[in-house]
Design a protein around this ligand. Structure first.
Ligand SMILES: *[C@@H]1O[C@H](CO)[C@@H](O)[C@H](O)[C@H]1NC(C)=O
Ligand SMILES: *[C@@H]1O[C@H](CO)[C@@H](O)[C@H](O)[C@H]1NC(C)=O
Ligand SMILES: *[C@@H]1O[C@H](CO)[C@@H](O)[C@H](O)[C@H]1NC(C)=O
Ligand SMILES: *[C@@H]1O[C@H](CO)[C@@H](O)[C@H](O)[C@H]1NC(C)=O
Length: 423
């Protein structure tokens, strides 16, 4: 009998990462590890020059490496780790799925493009060729990775804006930088509020691309035109938090947050006007708002500061539906949103009205979906979610005997079957 059992186990272990389910946990970690052995070679990973006057003890500290974002592109997962404590060797990382041994669910990270670009200088002097701290990224249909490097070390008691925040665009087919754009001081002083972005690319021309960047601290949307290499800003009351939705209860912890506009997603393009509906929400809110991509793209409108009527309330999802990131799926017309107060992924079909009754849940998991902090889609429309139990890290302590970080993969058109979002 033992013989048969062994055979079954072997077969199970031999399955590589096989995507056969509509909703699937792909990876999970108790703690983050790296391909590089830092204990063997600490000095040259963190600092180019060994400097005894280093301001912080920047040796690899696994416990403070909390993954925040996941993006998938052609077999590679890009995992971001913002620098909120000393001890993060790289803020942008990659997992090449094809290289992972069969059955491995907790693969080590590797810095992307390499450890040098992710390295801090020992005196923290600015270096716009390096990454400081990145929250989340996106891929566009032109095989480019986009993100904002906040330029800020959010070390407790000593947050430091090392350098200007920058928009980065990387060609993933050649692993080459396309461009970086330092965000001017006239737009915003610090980078701390730029935790996500969305990219709006013309269907024919990759140069006609815009990034819409929410700033959750300043309650602003910054629009970056790739073609013009310019940036402008919108500010509106709907970008602000709703203090009546500020109470969170996650993983047994109660806390009050004040994050403003957090996520933007884009609806289907109108073939005639080329306009796309823009859906956005503050995290401390349960309301969803809309505007048009043509409004955001209009720099002269932004300069008039007389655009309030173009930003409108869509509706309210109902109590406890506070959401980090959300994504509109082109194929189904459904918006999927990560719900931090419920450990869930919600859905809403854009054909429907927007009341609490029009929403449904595709996934709810009180163990493996605590604080779903990122949710976005790859070129095939497959949705990737990262949950990191962030409140436990901030206000309590991770149990490193348990899986604290989880990457999920969701096939939208199958995941909505049997819900109100399917029609
Ligand atoms: C720096 O960190 C290492 C590893 O965590 C620790 O052993 C060492 O005592 C720390 N040094 C200082 C000066 O804090
Ligand atoms: C905070 O960090 C900056 C450099 O990043 C350093 O100049 C300063 O001395 C630090 N302050 C404290 C209190 O550690
Ligand atoms: C941009 O906004 C201005 C108002 O400031 C308006 O006159 C103009 O028509 C708009 N442009 C487009 C392309 O919508
Ligand atoms: C939306 O609400 C209106 C008014 O309550 C109702 O007449 C209409 O049928 C609803 N539409 C859908 C798609 O449910």
């Amino acid at each position: 009998m033992a013989h048969i059992w062994t055979t079954i186990v072997t077969v199970a272990l031999m399955l590589p990462v096989v995507y056969c389910q509509k909703i699937q946990e792909v990876f999970h970690w108790k703690r983050i590890t790296h391909q590089k052995d830092f204990n063997a070679d600490t000095r040259d990973i963190f600092f180019e020059e060994l400097n005894p006057t280093s301001l912080n003890n920047e040796t690899f500290a696994s416990y403070v490496n909390v993954p925040m974002g996941v993006t998938h592109h052609k077999g590679r997962l890009f995992i971001t780790v913002p620098r909120r404590f000393p001890g993060v060797p790289s803020t942008l990382n990659v997992i090449d799925i094809a290289t992972i041994p069969e059955g491995e669910m907790s693969p080590p990270l590797k810095a992307y493009p390499d450890y040098i670009v992710n390295q801090l200088h020992s005196d923290y002097h600015p270096d716009q060729k390096r990454f400081i701290s990145i929250y989340r990224s996106k891929v566009d249909r032109c095989d480019r990775l986009w993100f904002v490097d906040t330029g800020m070390l959010e070390y407790p008691g000593n947050a430091t804006q090392v350098q200007r925040p920058q928009v980065w665009i990387i060609d993933l087919l050649r692993d080459r930088k396309v461009r970086s754009f330092p965000i001017p001081e006239t737009i915003v002083w610090t980078g701390e509020g730029m935790a996500s972005l969305v990219v709006d690319v013309d269907t024919e021309n990759c140069d006609k691309a815009f990034a819409y960047i929410p700033d959750l601290v300043q309650a602003a949307i910054y629009v970056y035109s790739f073609e013009a290499n310019r940036m402008w800003a919108f500010r509106h009351s709907s970008f602000q938090q709703n203090p009546q939705r500020a109470n969170f209860h996650v993983a047994g912890l109660r806390f009050v947050w004040d994050d403003g506009i957090f996520s933007i997603t884009l609806g289907r393009r109108d073939p005639l006007t080329k306009a796309r509906p823009v859906y956005y929400h503050p995290m401390v809110s349960t309301s969803e708002f809309t505007t048009s991509s043509l409004t955001l793209q209009n720099e002269s409108l932004a300069s008039t500061e007389n655009y309030g009527q173009f930003f409108q309330l869509l509706g309210d999802r109902g109590p406890n539906s506070q959401s980090t990131l959300h994504h509109y799926d082109e194929e189904t017309g459904v918006i999927f949103y990560a719900e931090v107060n419920r450990n869930a992924i919600g859905c809403w079909n854009s054909k429907n009205n927007f009341t609490a009754e029009d929403h449904d849940t595709i996934l709810l998991d009180h163990a493996d979906l605590i604080y779903p902090g990122d949710l976005n889609a790859d070129a095939d429309g497959v949705i990737w979610v990262l949950a990191n139990n962030l409140p436990t890290w901030l206000y309590s302590r991770y149990d490193e005997n348990r899986y604290n970080f989880h990457v999920w993969r969701i096939v939208p058109k199958e995941a909505i079957i049997g819900t109100k979002c399917h029609n």
